[in-house]
Design a protein around this ligand. Structure first.
Ligand code: IMP
Ligand code: MG
Length: 179
């Protein structure tokens, strides 16, 4: 696994420090409220687990899954909900927790779908942002890091379902996906 990584972008320590700061912002912004954190599976499961443990407010969590790229590293643009939320979000203060924003297709679609269910509010918390790749505009309220247009894995992010268990985020060698 390690030999497939070109270089480490963010170490486990750097990730922990940044996520602590993001949680602090959420703690301040949602004081007196009880946010519902929605993790977009599967890429955000580790980020969600680390983020929520730094939140010192009453909060709830829920999970949804959308169709991924499969074994490709490029978004097809078509988004499908493969697992919906378990709870009603009417009048709730939602924080969408996402691993990475690439084209923005997934989040643009998700935001529209969730807004139609009339929550009190929705904000987006994304660990990584690849702004160069954006095709549809998406507003990020809490952003971890901006990254260049490279395919990254680790800390929940995969290529063909592998590498999610790496404790850091690294750039995958293009030779791994046949470039
Ligand atoms: P978007 O709809 O193009 O913004 O794609 C977002 C989704 O694509 C993310 O939630 C990831 O699952 C996946 N993705 C995009 N870029 C990467 C990457 O560099 N590594 C791993 N997954 C990625
Ligand atoms: Mg994802």
């Amino acid at each position: 696994m390690e030999q497939d990584i070109e270089r480490i972008l963010f170490s486990a320590e750097e990730l922990a420090e940044r996520i602590r700061a993001m949680a602090e912002e959420i703690n301040r912004d949602y004081a007196g409220k009880e946010p519902l954190l929605v993790s977009v599976l599967r890429g955000s499961f580790i980020f969600m687990a680390d983020l929520v443990r730094q939140i010192r407010l009453p909060c709830t969590v829920d999970f949804m899954a959308v169709s991924s790229y499969g074994k490709s590293t490029v978004s097809s643009g078509a988004v499908q909900i493969t697992k919906d939320l378990s709870e009603d979000i009417f009048h709730k203060d939602l924080i969408i927790v996402e691993d990475i924003l690439d084209s923005g297709n997934t989040l643009n679609y998700l935001m529209k779908t969730l807004l139609a269910r009339n929550p009190a509010s929705i904000r987006l918390c994304a660990l990584l942002d690849k702004p160069e790749r954006r095709k549809v505009p998406v507003h990020i309220d809490y952003r971890g890091f901006e990254i260049p247009d490279e395919f990254v894995v680790g800390y929940g992010l995969d290529y063909a379902e592998r590498y999610r268990n790496l404790p850091y985020i690294g750039i995958l060698k293009p030779s791994v996906y046949g470039k």
